[in-house]
Design a protein around this ligand. Structure first.
Ligand SMILES: C[S@@+](CC[C@H](N)C(=O)[O-])C[C@H]1O[C@@H](n2cnc3c(N)ncnc32)[C@H](O)[C@@H]1O
Length: 318
């Protein structure tokens, strides 16, 4: 996919219905030869729409009017390019815990969670958030500052409570620190402009994590996973989890990771975009929808459900 197609597809498949501003910007950039030429100064993985828009907002540029965005971004291109080169799309979305919860709660308790591609580690607190599936009651710890809403289809095995987590650890190429104001501002800029609820949820989750920061190590997931699983306490079920991470790896690296995890003494829970793990998708009971962006939730490599990218829906297979 070339850069123009990437932006057009982002507008239609990811931003539409989620962010009118990003849909408009990405759609206009897809047909703007000048902006595409600037983006093509960057290595391909760095031309991401999310990275561009977050970098502009991080530097104080406008995003709600195309001409103003274009004029500002072109004038400040050196700074924008530098921010895009130095930073990553590390969107940390605690909402994803809503699609992991039924899987985690059904495992032998307590759990030792090991997240790969953890960003700031906000998905390591499924026991601290509150949940509302459809119009049901809110479940989870009464004092939890975050309520995750999730629409369900199919026979989702909704748990009676949250899992018991006794250990939380993670690895990331660039772990973000919940105590760093700059890191947290970058995370906020990765939330799409109209998504005020997501922003509030992020801020609530950061407060949760600040009370008990996770053990986060810097490194490549394929190199660190064995060591982290070995460090998990013996009295808990070690669970390796990841959400929206493996797309950043080559197919060979994804396969090497899957092979490693299968050989480790742990369970493996993930939610990755359809297409990212073909060896998991091959076991899908029905094809992934093509008209919207879905993730596949899987346990030990066996698909269980389709899910929204940010945990907004869970479509469980029969
Ligand atoms: C889109 S973020 C998702 C963060 C978190 N899992 C979530 O769902 O909220 C992807 C994260 O994976 C990390 N990442 C990408 N490739 C990695 C690798 N090879 N090893 C460790 N972390 C990696 C990135 O730095 C980034 O923080």
């Amino acid at each position: 996919m070339n850069t123009s197609e990437w932006y057009r597809s982002f507008a239609a498949m990811e931003a539409r219905g989620q962010s009118a501003i990003y849909e408009m910007l990405a759609g206009r950039i897809a047909g703007d030869a000048g902006m595409l030429a600037l983006l093509e100064e960057l290595p391909e993985p760095k031309r991401q729409p999310n990275l561009l828009f977050a970098a502009v907002r991080f530097l104080g540029g406008p995003v709600d009017d195309y001409q103003a965005f274009r004029t500002w971004t072109s004038a400040e291109w050196d700074r924008v390019r530098q921010a895009m080169s130095e930073r990553r799309t590390q969107t940390n979305e605690p909402g994803r815990c809503a699609v992991l919860l039924p899987v985690l709660a059904a495992l032998p308790q307590p759990l030792a969670l090991i997240e790969v591609g953890a960003s700031a580690g906000l998905c390591l607190y499924p026991d601290r958030y509150r949940y509302r599936y459809d119009d049901g009651p809110v479940a989870g710890p009464a004092a939890g500052p975050v309520v995750l809403e999730c629409h369900t289809d199919g026979p989702v095995p909704l748990p009676g409570g949250v899992p018991r987590v006794v250990w939380r650890a993670g690895v990331d190429l660039n772990p973000l620190d919940v105590h760093s104001a700059e890191d947290m501002r970058w995370l906020e800029c990765l939330v799409w402009p109209e998504q005020h609820e997501r922003l509030a949820r992020l801020r609530g989750a950061v407060r949760v994590a600040r009370e008990e920061p996770p053990l986060l190590v810097r490194g490549d997931l394929n190199q660190m996973i064995g060591e982290l699983v070995a460090r998990a306490p013996a009295n808990a079920t070690p669970v390796v989890l990841h959400t929206s991470v493996l797309a950043y790896l080559s197919m060979e690296e994804r396969e090497a990771f899957a092979e490693q995890v299968r050989a480790l003494p742990c369970r493996w829970v993930c939610s990755e975009a359809a297409g990212v793990l073909p060896f998991v998708d091959r076991r899908l009971p029905r094809p992934a929808p093509r008209d919207r962006f879905v993730c596949v939730v899987a346990l030990d490599g066996r698909p269980l459900a389709f899910a929204g990218l940010h945990g907004q829906f869970l479509d469980w297979f029969g």
